[in-house]
Design a protein. Sequence first.
Length: 244
Amino acid sequence: MSPSVAIGEALIPYEVRESPKAKKKRIEVTPERVLVVVPAGTPQMGPEGVEAFLLTKRRWLYDATREIAEQHRRVLTQRYASGARIMYRGRRLVIAVQAADVDRVEIDCRSRFHVSVPRTLDDLARLEAVRDGFDVWLHERALKDARAFARRYQVKLGVEAAGIRAGDQQRAWGTCGKDKVVRINWRLIQAPAAAMEYVVAHEVCHLVERHHGPAFWEKLGEVMPDWRERKAALEAWESEHLVV
């Protein structure tokens, strides 16, 4: 069980992490946790300990945790409450959330998102559950689409990838490593389908041509004659929409 500090009637749990690089104690507050980073060897109790340090910062800590919690609630409400919109295949679809007799979040897409959440959840837990539910649901749809597109272009090129995966890589929408695994950023499910298909076809072509020389673009053009338009559509969408 994590330790906690009592501030008035509030009991604030926290985690402690020792860092050999830390020269002094500091507190990091996020919606998920309060983390106290301390120099290696810092005791929990005593005048130079963690607890004494937290008590000297108790007013700041109390205010910071509540401010972060309120910001967190506002952001979740803007993004995941009924009436908010989620980007999906190039369109922003409205969310309709309702309490239901379900054990976990269920999402159905029929021109808008119909989201069922367990009745037992309070307001904040409901918002967090909807957020987590969409992360899983969109990831699954991204992988399903990527596999379907990959099958199409593997057949056209007469090649076979070692695997198709949907991840959260930061530097590229897609990659094809020496292991012959095609990896697609799952957030591409938010882009128009034509743009996602371009990324998948691009990476499958790397199973044949490992570079970006003329032979690569010629090969891509053979299986996707309109790749330039699709690439432009991806770049336009990327510049116009914040991917969240």
